[in-house]
Design a protein around this ligand. Structure first.
Ligand code: NI
Length: 261
């Protein structure tokens, strides 16, 4: 493969990598992986995530707080996100969004929505694309994204896209990208396979969400960017093109969206 793969969503600051992080990251290039965006998740993960971007030229940062931590966010957290968005290696605001799978209370949903909006505001203000996590919250997520897109945003990725083709169409029509990872290789992922068949290649990006969601045959094991060729192959099969075409297009898409060209 003459083009390297761009992993748009990884969590290399996760403790699952504590034992061999350096060795693993040093092996990415030889494994065909050119770049990775390390997405922040928790309110106390900023410094670990930033250190990776500082140490490795091929690692970029997405700065934001996952909906799981919405209730731990303060006005100071938002100020810090705002400040960290000015750093050179910050390429996106994320991962942000809504998760009603792990959080069922109405009150929690409202808090998540408030923090999601606040971080979309920062993405707009800093002219950065956003990276969205959305689980069991299809209509509320769509409504908020629509509202922000109508007011002017700088693009975004719906990370680990897991909804129907109808919802995909809404995001694609807004010019947004769908992040596709290991799930597309799962036997029972019929709905996602339909989405991948349907979506134009020009609006797909590759991602791992590692250490989670390793593709078949590593399902259930620790994931890493090194398994992304399996995801590219699965997409290629669905779209009846070559894995090289998938890699070339998705890398170009990622670089364009993240302003790295
Ligand atoms: Ni993630």
């Amino acid at each position: 493969m003459d083009t390297l793969i761009f992993d748009t969503h990884a969590h290399y600051d996760d403790e699952a990598f504590d034992g061999d992080r350096e060795t693993l990251l040093a092996s990415l290039k030889a494994g065909g992986i050119g770049w990775a965006v390390n997405a922040c998740a928790s309110v106390d993960g900023f410094s670990r995530a930033l250190a990776l971007g500082e140490k490795y030229p091929f690692i970029y940062n997405a700065i934001g707080v996952h909906p799981d931590d919405a209730d731990r966010m303060t006005p100071e957290t938002l100020e810090e996100i705002r400040r960290l968005c000015d750093r050179e290696k910050t390429v996106a605001v994320g991962e942000i969004g809504l998760d009603y799978y792990w959080h069922k209370e109405k009150e929690e949903h409202l808090r998540q929505q408030e923090m999601f909006r606040a971080q979309m505001e920062i993405a707009r203000e800093k002219r950065l694309p956003f990276m969205i996590h959305s689980r069991d919250a299809a209509s509320d997520t769509l409504e908020i994204v629509r509202e922000y897109m109508a007011g002017g945003m700088y693009g975004g990725i719906i990370h680990c896209f897991s909804y129907s083709r109808e919802i995909a169409r809404e995001y694609l029509n807004m010019g947004l990208f769908l992040g596709i990872g290991g799930v597309v290789t799962f036997k029972n992922a019929r709905r996602l396979k339909e989405v991948v068949e349907y979506a134009p290649l020009s609006q797909l990006v590759l991602e791992t969400d590692c250490p989670y969601l390793a593709p078949v045959p590593f399902r259930g094991k620790r994931n890493s960017s090194l398994y992304l060729p399996l995801v590219a192959e699965a997409i290629a099969e669905l779209k009846k093109i070559t894995p090289e075409e998938v890699v070339t297009a998705t890398t170009r898409n990622a670089k364009t969206l993240l302003n790295l060209v």
